[in-house]
Design a protein around this ligand. Structure first.
Ligand SMILES: [Zn+2]
Length: 178
């Protein structure tokens, strides 16, 4: 007999499994689609969120979503048992193969866990009009989520250079702690 008290999975409950079986569902169209489509979703969503709740709250939403994905991605797509150097090599290869961007670690302090990394050809912003803003808040959360999952410690990641701020790569600084 079915247990009526067992919680059914809901569409709003995000996990790696929420993505579903893309291969099966898109037999003819396949698993890839243009970056244009990703950005249309992302930047229309950003516009609506900023309009309805203001920049700060909208950034919070994108950052929180990125962090959620960072955790799920790290748990499901990365080997978290590796030491730091092979872990970073794996992360770099994975981000490249998913065509998210080209990762370079510029600085990593193994005493306090802080880092500076760049993402070239970033999925979110490369080629955007220059507005003198850093816009990759989703990536801030995504990178924090990955490092949180790997180290087991909270991270705060902020973008300091962005294509939209006039740089050619996105540069992120990460520090341990809330
Ligand atoms: Zn950026």
């Amino acid at each position: 007999m079915e247990n009526v008290f067992k919680a059914e999975p809901k569409h709003a409950d995000f996990s790696w499994a929420s993505i579903g079986d893309i291969k099966e569902g898109r037999e003819n169209l396949g698993e890839d689609m243009p970056v244009l489509v990703y950005r249309l979703l992302q930047y229309s969503m950003n516009h609506v969120l900023v309009t309805e709740m203001g920049q700060e709250q909208a950034d919070h939403v994108f950052r929180a979503a990125g962090e959620l994905v960072g955790h799920e991605y790290a748990r499901n797509a990365l080997d978290l048992t590796l030491g730091m150097d092979p872990f970073l090599a794996q992360l770099q290869a994975s981000l490249r193969s998913l065509r998210i961007g080209i990762l370079r670690m510029e600085m990593l302090d193994d005493r306090d866990g802080s880092f500076v990394l760049t993402v070239g050809e970033d999925l979110d912003c490369s080629g955007l009009p220059i507005t003198n803003e850093v816009v990759c808040v989703y990536d801030e959360g995504f990178i924090a989520g990955i490092f949180e999952e790997y180290t087991g410690k909270p991270y705060k990641v902020r973008e300091v250079d962005c294509w939209a701020s006039g740089a050619r790569v996105c540069r992120f600084k990460g520090v341990q702690g809330g």
